[in-house]
Design a protein around this ligand. Structure first.
Ligand code: ASP
Length: 615
């Protein structure tokens, strides 16, 4: 039986049903003068002037002022005396122009007000734990505990609206280009995306588990095998990683895949989409370079020490090994002799940095993984780098470096008198990581990154494998389905480190905004990659049978990309917290303070799942 039968569904009665609301508060203006309207919303503020009571009524569209006049309509006025902030009201009344001296030009509805004739209290409210009618700083945990109140605040409402519109824009954009939106399951099997899986115990098959998708990677490839040709999805991804900064255990991706394409097809599509999105939703921001520059992974690492450089500012890094290999400074020698690197950059105008701050900088670099940090201040009173003398050079290691060596370093890093040279020596990975952190930190302190600029770029030409020092094995920088570049297939086994891949990342302002690749679509090649990554035949069979089998049945060449919707929103809204662009986020420690999840469950539930919790 349908619900409508149970409730004596009567279409005629529905048509005649009295609506609670005829008009949105924020849409009213002088054009509506004289109209009778019925509004419904929340009390944003109430002012009792003894004689007249003013209520600012708020709904999703905005705020309008209601006036209760005891002389004309005594009973609604009486009731209005009792209402408080955040009560839910239904108000009928007439749109009337405000007198010239009471027009409020700060409000979009400030030229009119509603002379109330009827008032119904639809619900009351306790005093909220924080102001909703003010954009004041509120403890984030409290906001998350009462997220439904937090989301009433205009800035959060605007965020929800922009996110909705941006996602709709993406859907329309891809629909116009022939993409199919296909939903893929949430209960699947483990997928290698570099993180731990969230597991879901199966009640029906004791001891067996589903995994939540880290991404729909294999599913979208199987859709290519299915002949879908152009797929996209606004997909939820789940990754059980350690909490850190702006991570969330679940997040959303624009996930897409295409058949019969090469790198340019995917990158051109994403470039058009992102350009249009930013021109539409952030028209005041400037895209630094169009077309988006493409730089290789190696170049990014050399110049910026990272695969997601922020190119809104300089402080590019230089390899200094050749310049310091003959100096007396032991730290440089040791690094070079043990296969490490010596790299540095020049921080503009920081030569006068006080000793204590310099010590802090050294500690910062160590915290970021450096063994140490060498700084050399170049006095600003030198007329040029070529005129530097020993007196112009301030550094704890000055006695180990000749003036000529310092001049050479200054030239190589593009330093000027008044700048501070910063140099790190050690193993390449940790040295690059530390220098990248240092460069970002200084850019922030010196306000070098223009928030209005969007420095998009594609990082291309990634290695197919990266050596994992700790675990002594090869890893995929992206995932194992990435295809090698033409001409690199034959040497995979003999020299895995030299194989280049067809992967790419979209980077903006130092954030990884997306990543993808052209994929492998043949069983043999895929098996070889699994083997190099250390999977046994049995493991490969157990985990990847589905996709390897599909390769046997005419899977077309294909490739794709996934970009982060939250990262997109953070960039669009110029907000650097991921939690500000999600309706119901988890805290930084992955707790949901609203539902108080994760939580314990009943013994019975565990028993049903054949699960026992270890003490
Ligand atoms: N599935 C990948 C990821 O989530 C993206 C891709 O290769 O398309 O990073």
């Amino acid at each position: 039986m349908y619900a409508r039968d149970r409730f004596n569904y009567n279409p005629a009665a529905v048509k005649e049903k009295k609506v609670l609301k005829t008009t949105q508060c924020g849409e009213l203006g002088s054009a509506n003068n004289g109209q009778t309207v019925q509004l419904a919303g929340w009390v944003n503020r109430r002012r009792d002037h003894g004689n007249l009571i003013f209520v600012d009524l708020r709904d999703r569209s905005g705020i309008v002022q209601i006036v209760f006049n005891p002389e004309i309509h005594p009973s609604p006025h009486k009731l209005a005396e009792s209402v408080r902030n955040e009560w839910v009201l239904q108000v009928s009344g007439q749109v009337t122009p405000r007198s010239a001296d009471t027009v409020n030009s700060n409000m979009s509805t400030g030229a009119i007000e509603i002379a109330a004739t009827e008032l119904v209290v639809l619900n009351e409210s306790k005093t909220p734990p924080f102001y909703i009618n003010e954009e004041s700083d509120v403890d984030e945990l409290l906001r998350m505990r009462y997220r439904y109140l937090d989301l009433r605040r205009p800035s959060m409402r605007d965020m929800l609206q922009t996110r909705h519109k941006a996602v709709k824009y993406i859907r329309d954009f891809l629909d116009a280009r022939g993409f199919l939106d296909v939903e893929t399951p949430i209960l699947i099997k483990s997928t290698p995306e570099g993180a731990r899986d969230y597991l879901v115990p199966s009640r029906l098959y004791p001891g067996k588990f589903y995994a939540l998708p880290q991404s729909p990677q294999q599913l979208k490839q199987l859709l290519m095998a299915a002949g879908v040709e152009k797929y996209y999805q606004i997909a939820k991804c789940f990754r059980d990683e350690d909490p850190r900064g702006d991570r969330q255990p679940e997040f959303t991706q624009l996930d897409l895949e295409m058949s019969f394409v090469d790198e340019d097809d995917i990158l051109d599509l994403i470039e058009s989409l992102y350009t249009e999105l930013f021109e539409t939703f952030a028209p005041d921001r400037v895209i630094l370079q169009k077309p988006f520059p493409r730089i290789s992974f190696n170049e990014a690492m050399q110049r910026f020490g990272t695969d997601r450089p922020d190119i809104r500012y300089g402080m590019e890094m230089s390899d200094l090994a050749g310049l310091v290999e003959n100096t007396d400074f032991q730290v440089f020698q040791t690094a070079i002799n043990s296969g490490g690197i010596v790299k540095g950059f020049s921080a503009p105008g920081l030569a006068e940095m006080p000793r204590r701050q310099l010590d802090d900088l050294v500690e910062f670099a160590k915290g970021a993984g450096a063994q140490g940090l060498v700084y050399i201040a170049l006095a600003s009173d030198a007329s040029s780098i070529d005129d530097l003398t020993q007196d112009h050079i301030k550094s704890p290691v000055a006695k180990f470096l000749s003036v000529d060596a310092v001049k050479a370093i200054a030239h190589k890093t593009g330093a000027n008198p008044g700048d501070l040279l910063l140099i790190v020596a050690g193993p390449s990975k940790s040295t690059n990581t530390a220098l990248d952190a240092l460069r970002r930190e200084l850019a922030e302190r010196l306000h070098l990154a223009d928030p209005n600029v969007l420095a998009f770029m594609f990082v291309v030409d990634w290695p197919l494998f990266i050596w994992n020092e700790e675990e002594s094995r090869w890893d995929s920088p992206h995932h194992p389905f990435t295809a090698p570049q033409a001409g690199h297939e034959q040497d995979l086994e003999s020299d895995p480190g030299a194989a280049m891949s067809r992967a790419y990342d979209l980077v903006c302002n130092g954030l990884e905004a997306g990543g993808g690749s052209i994929r492998i679509h043949q069983r043999d090649l895929q098996n070889r990659v699994f083997q190099i990554l250390g999977y046994t035949k049995e493991q490969t069979e157990a985990r990847f049978k589905q996709i390897l089998d599909a390769f046997d049945y005419g899977t077309p060449p294909h490739g794709g990309i996934a970009t982060g919707i939250e990262r997109l929103m953070m960039l669009l809204l110029n907000n650097d917290s991921i939690r500000e662009v999600i309706a119901f986020p988890k805290t930084q420690s992955f707790i949901d303070p609203l539902f108080e999840a994760p939580d314990f469950v009943e013994e019975d539930q565990l028993r049903e799942l054949s699960v026992r919790v270890l003490e």
